[in-house]
Design a protein around this ligand. Structure first.
Ligand code: AMP
Length: 297
């Protein structure tokens, strides 16, 4: 049967606040999934989890200029609101919040240079992994997520473990700033060959796409080697590199403590194995977690 439900879209902060006030007056538990759109099965898994846990689910679709560097893909980032709305409708999402840049950044274009109070997550969580090459990226992420939390006031918010550094930073922000929201990490959804689903996979040529699965294979090699008794990080990294095709340019491949993001010399439970690599110019990230009891890979 054809889906007859259509998710309502709000572009305006005061309108969605009104609507949420009504939901809250009915004691609805509100689940929130922040996204930049171009929804895929990874996003869908977050939405499905929120639907299971909550009475009402709100998805934001906002390509946030403040988390893109000047030479990054902000202008070309895929935008497909009507298709995203169909996906949200099919999944029973109650509301979509899709503001303009002007609405979110009060009349500014939202570029990094312009005046706006910006949140700065702790340096110790920012100065590594993606934060090293994407200066200011996590200031932009934390700022927009805090703004979205203030607008939506969700009870629970869902984030993918694929963006592990983002998850750690947002969780810390919510704790440090006493934001009354539960931050929930969800498993990475993968293609059949192991490549983590990402809106940026669309940029890969057929040839690059075929090679891209070696990124996951390299992470799995570390996990399997650890399970077989090897815990020296330098040895594990060497083994992982054997899996990577020669045209994969590795930006980082590291093993760190999952909570503090401190690099480790010896792998241990609750360690994050994280990689960023470029294939044919497309930057992809992925990770696996060693032996974490509440999040399984
Ligand atoms: P984005 O639209 O890329 O900002 O992602 C929105 C949310 O979806 C973030 O919390 C991501 O971590 C999550 N996400 C992206 N890709 C995946 C995936 N393959 N599996 C699970 N969650 C994902």
């Amino acid at each position: 049967m054809k889906n007859v439900f259509t998710t309502e879209i709000f572009n305006n902060i005061s309108d969605i606040r009104q609507r949420i006030k009504k939901l809250k007056s009915q004691q609805a538990v509100i689940g929130f999934v922040p996204t930049m759109g171009a929804l895929h099965v990874g996003h869908e898994s977050l939405i499905k989890r929120a639907k299971e846990d909550c009475d009402a689910v709100i998805v934001s679709i906002f390509v946030n200029p403040k988390q893109f560097g000047p030479s990054e893909d902000y202008d070309n980032y895929p935008r497909q609101l009507e298709l995203d709305r169909e996906i949200c409708s099919k999944l029973g999402v109650d509301l979509i919040f899709s503001p303009t840049v002007e609405e979110m950044y009060t009349g500014e274009s939202g570029s990094l240079e312009e005046n706006c109070t910006m949140l700065t997550p702790p340096e110790s969580l920012q100065n590594k992994l993606c934060g090293k090459s994407r200066k200011g990226h996590f200031n932009g992420v934390a700022t927009v997520v805090l703004k979205l939390f203030n607008i939506i006031t969700p009870d629970k918010a869902y984030f993918g473990m694929k963006d592990a550094q983002q998850f750690v930073i947002i969780k810390k922000m919510a704790e440090d700033l006493n934001i009354p929201v539960q931050i929930i990490g969800c498993l990475t959804v993968r293609e059949a060959d192991g490549l983590a689903c990402s809106s940026r996979n669309k940029y890969l040529s057929v040839e690059a796409r075929n090679k891209a699965s070696c990124i996951y294979k390299s992470l799995k090699r570390i996990k399997e080697s650890y399970d077989s008794g090897i815990n020296s990080v330098s040895q594990l990294i060497c083994l992982a590199k054997e899996e990577l095709s020669s045209d994969v340019e590795v930006e980082y491949l590291e093993i760190l403590d999952m909570d503090t993001l401190t690099p480790l010399n010896t792998a241990k439970p609750n360690a994050l194995i994280a990689i960023a690599a470029r294939i044919n110019g497309v930057r992809l990230i992925d990770n696996l977690i060693i032996d974490k009891c509440d999040i399984k890979n």
